[in-house]
Design a protein around this ligand. Structure first.
Ligand SMILES: Cc1cc2nc3c(=O)[nH]c(=O)nc-3n(C[C@H](O)[C@H](O)[C@H](O)COP(=O)(O)OP(=O)(O)OC[C@H]3O[C@@H](n4cnc5c(N)ncnc54)[C@H](O)[C@@H]3O)c2cc1C
Length: 391
């Protein structure tokens, strides 16, 4: 089958591209891929772009109209996700749009909906997700952070880890244990926590590439109003596990991969010795290009399934697994193609392509861990896709 977008979808893609061209500096994507933007510039641009998206009602385009969205189709969401990843757009709806808002829509009170949702669609709050702990990642239900009811308040104590953007967020979406005696899945609740609440401490964690994206977050006798509980006490695990039917193709990793391969191809055209001195790298590049086509087809099929009323489950795991492992292979291919010089990191005058691939080689390591490890994805595919018994 020759996959085709409809005319209306192509028109929407052009509209998104035009918007991005108007918002982002012409050299933004190139600099962002190399890491040549400082935190301040990124944050300033992210705020501006986010506000513009909010004005267009694109920030939460997939949300129902009654909550400030546009009821966008799954395919429109895919196109938006693809184009914004290809241009490395900073800002956007982040976790607030992706899962905090949807959870509040499903489980929040009317008062919570009125308080939080317009601030999410307006781009006013930045959220972080406080799930993982030093002893609870893949087995998240083992989390130990406690929330103890005390009159009209809950008192939170514990530690979270790998909190992406915790240093930039003003709002936290927390999973904490409210009943330590219940079976582990049945004693967890979800809360909204202002990140400036007394007793919350955010400490930076620096990744392999020397960047500060995630954090440790400590809670020491943090008091929050009982009104910050979202949904039913002790039902938090089931609420976290339920997602609304939004686009889940993982197309972003393929869009970034495409830009990376295009950069390598452009470099090899300018300097043919790159491929001449290493025929294996030339074949590798061809292989990555093929894999990218496979990946896009996996990703494009997911919104199609959604548009037919199927909720993708193992299909989304296939895309996440394949896309994250492909991003690592593309980074390796870049390193092979660029030779020893490819290892020189950004900032050095000797760096090839600004050191982009040295950086990505290190950065992509975490892509097969974040949002569910490759082993966890393979387990899902084996059990739910192939019907194999649990291991
Ligand atoms: C870049 C990045 C950003 C992140 N952002 C956030 C965030 O914002 N908020 C948040 O809460 N968390 C975040 N995380 C945490 C992430 O969700 C966890 O790292 C992930 O779920 C894995 O948990 P873990 O690190 O505890 O590893 P573990 O679960 O301890 O896994 C260790 C190893 O054991 C394997 N393993 C575990 N269980 C099984 C099993 N059942 N079968 C086979 N193998 C298994 C894993 O695949 C892995 O190889 C982030 C992580 C990264 C890397």
């Amino acid at each position: 089958m020759d996959f085709q977008f409809t005319d209306a979808e192509e028109q929407f893609r052009a509209e998104v591209q035009q918007f991005l061209a108007g918002q982002l500096p012409a050299d933004w994507a190139d600099r962002a891929f190399v890491g040549e933007v400082d935190e301040e510039e990124r944050e300033e641009l992210a705020k501006r772009v986010t506000k513009q998206l909010a004005q267009r009602e694109w920030l939460a385009m997939a949300w129902p109209k009654e909550y400030g969205g546009l009821d966008a189709t799954h395919m429109q969401q895919l196109i938006y996700n693809e184009e914004t990843a290809y241009t490395a757009m900073p800002g956007g709806g982040g976790m607030g749009v992706a899962w905090v808002g949807p959870a509040i829509m499903l489980y929040g009170t009317d008062e919570q909906k009125q308080r939080y949702l317009p601030r999410i669609t307006g781009g006013d709050d930045v959220w972080c997700t406080l799930y993982s702990e030093p002893g609870a990642g893949s087995d998240l239900a083992s989390l130990q952070t406690r929330a103890v009811r005390d009159g009209d308040e809950y008192v939170i104590n514990g530690q979270k880890i790998w909190t992406s953007g915790g240093h930039l967020a003003n709002m936290g979406w927390l999973a904490a244990r409210t009943d330590p005696d219940a079976p582990k899945h049945r004693g967890i609740s979800t809360f909204v926590v202002p990140m400036d609440a007394p007793g919350v401490t955010v400490r930076p964690l620096v990744n392999l590439a020397g960047e500060h994206n995630f954090n440790e977050v400590y809670f020491e006798d943090v008091r929050i109003s009982a009104e910050n509980l979202v949904g039913v006490e002790n039902r938090g695990w089931y609420q976290v596990a339920t997602a609304l039917d939004f686009e889940r193709s993982g197309v972003g990793s393929y869009a970034s991969g495409r830009r990376n391969i295009e950069r390598l191809v452009a470099a090899a055209r300018v300097d043919p010795t790159l491929v001449q001195r290493s025929p294996a790298a030339r074949y590798e590049l061809a292989d990555r290009w093929i894999e990218l086509q496979v990946g896009f087809n996996i990703a494009y099929r997911i919104p199609y399934l959604q548009s037919q009323g199927t909720i993708p489950n193992h299909e989304a795991s296939v895309s996440k697994l394949y896309g994250s492992e492909l991003s690592q292979r593309i980074a390796s291919t870049g390193m092979h193609l660029l030779g020893l010089d490819g290892q020189v990191v950004p900032g050095s005058p000797h760096a090839k392509l600004g050191g982009a691939f040295a950086r990505q080689y290190m950065e992509s390591v975490s892509s097969t861990i974040a949002a569910g490890t490759s082993e966890v994805q393979r387990n899902i595919i084996a059990q739910r896709g192939l019907g194999l018994p649990r291991g």
